[in-house]
Design a protein around this ligand. Structure first.
Ligand code: SF4
Length: 288
């Protein structure tokens, strides 16, 4: 049996750089707090916890003082930085540069628009850390839409500044753009400003995943159960190739399902570590 790992699978550069930063801090100080899970992968989190990482939330931050806290690649709203400053907390900021630029773009649009005649709209997952960080740039006034039905919240007579969470799907974003434009044109409003803020890495990921799936007999898709990127990529791949199986760790593999296949592919989300995919590859080879 041949087992291949997809070359494009695994951490994106934003996550690689956050983990590097985290490991450097842990090596230097032995202990570091992180606001939320650094990556949505329980195996990687348990590895980092063994090195001294502690996961906290904003409520914990309110009670903490004089410690070191990491901000992960998703970024945080301005209120988190203000709270850290007030509590004399040293911030280790691993916000991905792409997310940072998007935060600045949202803030610039909000600061310069006529607030009585305009609105900021974010296409993203309600409650997602990156979205909270973006909404925070608008004094929490931005409208978050996650699907077609949510566009009813928009006032189509006012100007719309539309942005997307970096990890959203391009086709869905384009569909939302079309729907909003149609509604605005119905009332003769052309003040629609769209910023394409989907991460290029995410946009190209679906294409490379399907090419890889076509080159093997079956795909073991490795991801944490809570990774939205992982769930999306898995479902996308499964629709194209039904012999795609979701696993989080090697004990999830059902070898009955792999019977008769000669070429197994291993892929994963942007939060899936390469060491985990290599461990799974070696395990499948040892069992075959
Ligand atoms: S998916 Fe893109 S925007 Fe998000 S952390 Fe990775 S590189 Fe940055």
């Amino acid at each position: 049996m041949e087992v291949l790992i997809e070359k494009e699978a695994g951490f994106c550069f934003g996550v690689v750089s956050a983990i590097d930063k985290c490991e450097n801090c842990l090596e230097k100080f032995g202990e570091l707090y992180c606001l939320g899970e650094l990556v949505h992968n329980s195996m990687e989190i348990s590895r980092l916890k063994k090195l001294g990482l502690r996961i906290i939330d904003v409520k914990d931050l309110e009670k903490m003082q004089n410690c070191r806290v990491m901000i992960r690649a998703h970024g945080e709203p301005p209120s988190t930085y203000a709270l850290a400053k007030k509590n004399q907390i040293e911030i280790f900021d691993a916000t991905c540069p792409i997310v940072l630029k998007l935060q600045k773009d949202v803030k610039r649009a909000y600061d310069t628009m006529d607030k009585s005649k305009s609105q900021i709209v974010i296409f993203g997952k309600q409650g997602h850390a990156e979205v909270i960080g973006l909404v925070g740039q608008t004094e929490n006034s931005a409208i978050v839409i996650s699907s077609e039905k949510d566009i009813a919240q928009i006032d189509f007579t006012k100007a719309v500044y539309l942005f997307s969470q970096t990890t959203k799907n391009k086709e869905e974003f384009e569909n939302i753009i079309t729907l909003i434009r149609e509604k605005m044109l119905e009332v003769g409003n052309e003040n629609f400003f769209v910023t394409d803020s989907i991460c290029k890495r995410m946009a190209s990921r679906t294409k490379t995943l399907l090419e890889f799936a076509d080159s093997v007999d079956a795909v073991l898709f490795v991801s944490g159960k809570h990774s939205s990127n992982g769930t999306y990529l898995y479902e996308f791949c499964k629709q194209h190739k039904k012999e795609t199986f979701f696993i989080s760790e090697k004990s999830d593999i059902d070898f009955e399902l792999l019977k008769g296949f000669n070429k197994i592919g291993i892929s994963g989300a942007t939060s899936t570590p390469m060491w985990l995919m290599e461990e799974i590859r070696d395990y499948v080879l040892a069992k075959s």
